[in-house]
Ligand binder design. Structure first.
Ligand code: ZN
Length: 348
């Protein structure tokens, strides 16, 4: 709990429904005995009536009940009712090129929709539809919702839909058939939201949150570096990392054993190799990491290699923080970085 921001900062975040604090704190309201996420739409109590917690578990242990509106016990990203229908439609049919009039016809106020996406995903509605298009092309395979099973079982047509999706996202046609590496893509659900996993039969080469804007670029780099073709599906490597992630989020796994493949520049690969050696439960600074690879002056380059990491969590770029202890940046969002560091310290 000593890692919580100050009460003032948290209270301001609570009043502003600041989504960047999602997962960082929970707010218990003493007068009602209910606890909420920072973004709860309910009316905000006076500061003196709020108690802050680092985890939902701690709030429960202190005797607070989860709020019915913001549902702090639900996995992050669960949508409220008013927009659930739209999300369902978008996820089932991502060929629509949404215009404001399409939203109005369905009784959605375009401004509210935009605001909700900005607030909850920090992206535009259109960017969300794009990332879903990919998520859908791959994600109907496993562990998700009831939409599963379709893509693969229907053979050629879905596979070509998948290829279209990849092409739309990366702007590239994947490597030539025949002589290229196959990278299986699949979705893995985590408490921090769905991730996209990519693996050859030799190791995992991609693990990234699906809402990440960099995802298209990351896929593009993989096509170039591995001369690969993407295929929706799973293999032993993906099964392995998926099992390990489960254990990791349960707090039982300190070191991943699934083999990793991380082609990059010589410099990047040196940084990434060193990241793997940072023990779970600890953090180091960018300066320290630069020193470790023998280039103490290359702090910026180290930070940018860190940000270019394609295998989130397994190559723990989240364990690198600012010299002053600030979390600084994280591609997947600061709230996720904070969560991962806390999880590894055993705080959840
Ligand atoms: Zn609430």
């Amino acid at each position: 709990m000593n890692n919580l921001p100050t009460v003032k900062v948290m209270y301001r975040a609570l009043v502003n429904k600041d989504v960047t604090f999602e997962g960082i704190f929970y707010a218990g309201v003493k007068t009602t005995g209910i606890f909420c996420r920072p973004t709860c739409p309910a009316k905000k109590p006076d500061m003196k009536n709020v108690e802050f917690f680092a985890s939902a578990k701690n709030a429960l242990l202190a005797g607070f009940k989860p709020c019915k509106r913001c549902q702090p016990m639900q996995p992050l990203g669960k949508a409220p009712e008013w927009i659930a229908g739209l999300l369902k439609e978008v996820s089932e049919n991502n060929s629509i090129r949404w215009k404001d009039s399409d939203l109005r016809v369905r009784n959605y106020d375009p401004i509210s929709v935009r605001r909700w996406f900005k607030k909850n995903h920090n992206i535009t509605f259109h960017a969300y539809v794009r990332s879903l298009r990919l998520g859908n092309a791959i994600g109907r395979l496993k562990n998700g919702d009831n939409l599963t099973q379709t893509a693969f079982n229907h053979g050629y047509e879905s596979l070509s839909g998948f290829r279209d999706a990849i092409k739309k996202i990366t702007g590239m046609t994947a490597g030539k058939a025949g002589n290229s590496t196959i990278v299986y893509l699949n979705r893995i659900l985590t408490p921090l939201g769905p991730m996209l996993a990519g693996a050859t039969n030799e190791g995992i080469c991609l693990l990234e949150f699906l809402d990440r804007r960099m995802l298209g670029t990351q896929l593009k780099i993989l096509i170039k570096r591995l001369n690969c073709n993407f295929v929706p599906g799973s293999n032993e490597v993906i099964e392995s990392v998926s099992g390990e992630l489960k254990e990791y989020f349960n707090g039982n796994l300190k070191q991943f054993k699934t083999p990793v493949i991380f082609p990059g520049t010589t410099f990047q690969m040196r940084v990434w190799k060193n990241l793997i050696n940072i023990p779970s439960g600890t953090t180091i600074s960018y300066e320290h990491l630069a020193g470790q690879i023998g280039q103490p002056a290359a702090v910026r380059a180290v930070a940018s290699a860190n940000g270019a990491n394609r295998i989130a969590i397994v190559i723990p770029c989240h364990r690198v923080i600012g010299k002053d202890g600030n979390l600084t940046g994280y591609g997947g969002g600061l709230w996720r970085k904070k969560f991962l560091i806390e999880l590894e310290k055993g705080s959840y």
